[in-house]
Design a protein around this ligand. Structure first.
Ligand code: ATP
Ligand code: MG
Length: 199
């Protein structure tokens, strides 16, 4: 499961658990992105995002976190990651888990066709994003739709909540909240946000 995980939240974890069960996977590997080339905003350092993802998944024996992308200097592309995973695990069946919003962009990814050939793509339902749009994008028969209990949680909203001093409890794991506070990751100053005047 790829993502920026800035920070990881319950929407990510519920999606991963549902994929594990529905698709009878052996494990879900979380792949925090290094420097995502399609994200324009400043992203929290890969080391922090990796550690928060490790903290959030530590208690689940079927969840692991890969350092593959965070240790790759420069922009990371899913196709490069999938090539490396495929080379390392030639006999395994690979799935790439994304949310409905991310999958709709896939055709803009580097070497999209090769991505789709290297792994079976899973599109998790996500509030505010219509899985039905997959048909319009010509993806309906090329990806598997996964029904996930609707959680209207996003990392963007969690960051804004931190910056504004609004609650994040029950949206992200407790350990992640404590880690982010300890390192002041989402303070208003870091994101140029002012408490009380947020979008
Ligand atoms: P941001 O708001 O910074 O974009 P995000 O919440 O979208 O953060 P990402 O790290 O961008 O989180 O997402 C990683 C993957 O998880 C993406 O494929 C995304 O579609 C999926 N995802 C994120 N939140 C949810 C959710 N609440 N339900 C289902 N899928 C989700
Ligand atoms: Mg996102």
């Amino acid at each position: 499961m790829g993502g920026t995980f800035d920070p990881i939240h319950l929407g990510h974890l519920v999606t991963a658990e549902q994929a594990l069960f529905d698709l009878r996977l052996d494990e879900v590997v979380f792949l925090p992105a290094g420097a995502p080339w399609q994200k324009s905003r400043a992203v929290t350092s890969p080391g922090h995002r990796y550690l928060m993802t490790a903290l959030a998944t530590a208690g689940n024996p079927s969840f692991t976190v890969s350092r593959l992308e965070v240790e790759t200097p420069g922009p990371t592309y899913t196709v490069d990651t999938l090539r490396r995973v495929r080379a390392a695990l030639p006999d395994d069946e690979l799935f790439f888990i994304t949310g409905a919003d991310a999958i709709l962009n896939i055709l803009t990814w580097k070497d999209a066709e090769e991505c789709l050939a290297l792994a079976s793509f899973i599109a998790a339902s996500r509030p505010g994003h219509d899985v039905g749009d997959l048909a319009a994008a010509g993806l309906m028969d090329r990806v598997t739709v996964l029904d996930v209990p609707a959680l209207a949680i996003s990392s963007s909203d969690v960051r804004q909540r931190f910056a504004a001093g609004r609650p994040v409890r029950y949206l992200i794991p407790r350990e992640v909240e404590e880690y982010a506070r300890k390192h002041g990751l989402y303070n208003a100053a870091h994101h140029g946000l002012v408490a009380g005047s947020l979008p």
